[in-house]
Each structure stands twice: as structure tokens, then as C-alpha cells.
Ligand binder design. Structure first.
Ligand SMILES: [Cu+2]
Length: 312
């Protein structure tokens, strides 16, 4: 809890000032109105006032209840603008990081193919995050920094902040984006600048590496339209964790358990309807014999093996 309340960035004080002011006014009004209401209910009840008098119009009162709220909301507006304006003005020379939202994870691109799953930033440096969505609407929310901006496909949104305390702070997605939305969390980690430079230098280049040749063939044949890479169930079984896994298949003779080895994968590409994984429909996939060359099928098998090996 403390990490949310921590003043993690230069923008926190301005946001808190506006929030606390609006909260305090709301709190005072709630109490005052409730007390007045209860007082009137008791004091002017039928038991106490037998013959109520009728009156209308009170210029002084009407001016007062127009002017006072106007002043209050103008002060709210002032604190709101004072807190919000600096959030949209990025200081020149800010360090640029691209934040990418996709169902259901965040990643942070530091350029030159260096992509991290956590937002690591140097202390006391202005950071500009360009917000990019690979699929649906998301929203990047870092409570400790008091920043939250929508991440919308096709729209170049941004935010910036200067982290002013070291530590780890939660990052959330605050725009409902589907099944695993609540799991779309990561951390912002603030290091001092020497630690940060070392971290960035050690960060492996992953972003612009070409796909494994097998994966390139899988993509070129649009296999992933029906078979997900991330475990999601689409039309056919997911490719995640495929190689070496055990599965129940339905054949003309009944059900049996098979291991997803080289032979199984080749059979599934060439004769997809002979053994259909239980829970999926027969007849939705055609044979790829003659569509994908045998040597390319070998590369696909290599790819499935390589994914399992890197996980070990
Ligand atoms: Cu999301």
C-alpha cells in the first residue's frame, strides 16, 4: 500500500494537492449537508411545528449559494490545471522509452532491439513513454508516479515523469482488455544512473532479431490464425509447450494418448484429420502436403523443439 502513496515522481505533489482539496471539500459538504438534513427533520417535524408558514424568495441566500460553490469549483479547477498542465508538457531532452501494451502484458522498448518486461528507469531523469498498443485499448497506470494514460491502437499517446525515489513500484493496466486483464501487471524499477547504465548495457537484444526459420514458415502459412503461440484456445490446439507434450487424440478407432514428437507433428500437418486432439473439431484443417515443402516441415519441427529447449 505504501508504494502507491509514495511520492514516486515529480508530478505526484501536484496531483495529490488537487485530489486532497477536492476530497476535503466533498468530505466537509457531505458532513454539513447530512447534519443540516437531520437537524431540519427533527426541528421542523409536524409534532413541533403545528402551523408551518409558506415563504419564497431570498436574494441574499440565492447569491450566496451561487457565488460560494462557483468559487469552490474554480479553486478545484485551478488545482486541477496546475497539476495536469505539466503532465502534458514533456521537457526537452527527456529519455525516450516505448511502452507496448498487448493482451496481456507490458513491454518496454529501449531502442536498438532492447526490450524489457519491466520499466527500469534512472533516478531524477525525465522519462518520456510513448504508448503503443498492439491490439486493443489498454491504459498504463503507475500509481506511485500518479500517471495514467490510455494506450489506444493507432493513436500516439504519451506520458512523462521524473522518478524522484528509488525502489519498485506497481504498474497496472486500468482499461478492461479481456480475459487476463487483471494479470496485466509489472513493475517500474527506479535505479540510480550508474546502476541503470549497467542494467541497460546488460539487457539482451531480443527485439529486432529475425524469427526462427520454422516460426517464419508457420507465420507465412497463417498457422497462428488457428493455433496460438501463447496457450490461448482458438480453432485448434495452441502451439505453446507442444513438443514432447502428451495429448489425447480421437481417431477412427477411438481415443488414445500420443506424444507430440517429430512424427506426430508431421502427421498433424500432412493428415490433420486422422488424429484430432480431444476437444477440437474434425475437418477444420486441410492437409498441408504439397503446400509446405517437406524440408520446411522439418524446420517447423526444429522450431517447436527450440522453444522447449530455451525454456529448460
Ligand atoms: Cu490491458
Amino acid at each position: 500500500m505504501e508504494t502507491y502513496l509514495a511520492e514516486g515522481s515529480n508530478l505526484a505533489a501536484g496531483v495529490d494537492r488537487a485530489f486532497i482539496f477536492i476530497f476535503a471539500i466533498s468530505f466537509i459538504l457531505t458532513i454539513a449537508i447530512s447534519v443540516l438534513m437531520i437537524y431540519i427533520l427533527i426541528h421542523f417535524s409536524r409534532k413541533k411545528v403545528k402551523n408551518p408558514s409558506q415563504f419564497s424568495g431570498n436574494t441574499k441566500l440565492e447569491i450566496a449559494w451561487t457565488i460560494i460553490p462557483l468559487v469552490i469549483v474554480m479553486i478545484m479547477f485551478y488545482f486541477g490545471v496546475k497539476g495536469f498542465k505539466p503532465m502534458r508538457d514533456v521537457p526537452p531532452g527527456a529519455m525516450k522509452v516505448t511502452a507496448i501494451g498487448r493482451m496481456w502484458e507490458w513491454s518496454f522498448d529501449y531502442g536498438n532491439g532492447k526490450i524489457a518486461k519491466q520499466l527500469v528507469v534512472p533516478l531524477n531523469r525525465n522519462i518520456r513513454l510513448d504508448l503503443f498498443s498492439a491490439d486493443v485499448n489498454h491504459s498504463l497506470f503507475i500509481p506511485a508516479f500518479r500517471v495514467k494514460e490510455d494506450v489506444v491502437p493507432g493513436y500516439n499517446n504519451y506520458l512523462w515523469f521524473k522518478p524522484i525515489s528509488k525502489g519498485e513500484f506497481d504498474i497496472f493496466c486500468s482499461e478492461y482488455c479481456g480475459l487476463a486483464h487483471s494479470g496485466m501487471v509489472t513493475k517500474a524499477i527506479v535505479l540510480d544512473s550508474l546502476e541503470f547504465n549497467k542494467w541497460l548495457a546488460d539487457l539482451k537484444v531480443t527485439g529486432n532479431l529475425p524469427d526462427h526459420p520454422g516460426l517464419a514458415i508457420i507465420k507465412a502459412n497463417a498457422c497462428i490464425t488457428c493455433h496460438s503461440l501463447d496457450g490461448a484456445k482458438i480453432v485448434g490446439p495452441s502451439f505453446k509447450g507442444l513438443y514432447g507434450s502428451k495429448r489425447i487424440v480421437v481417431t477412427a478407432e477411438g481415443e488414445k494418448e500420443v506424444e507430440a514428437n517429430d512424427e506426430y507433428i508431421k502427421r498433424s500437418i500432412n493428415d490433420p484429420n486422422v488424429e484430432v486432439v480431444k476437444g477440437f473439431n474434425k475437418g477444420l484443417m486441410k492437409s498441408y502436403t504439397g503446400v509446405i515443402k517437406p524440408e520446411d516441415i522439418d524446420k517447423i519441427v526444429d522450431y517447436f523443439k527450440s522453444v522447449i529447449e530455451t525454456k529448460k
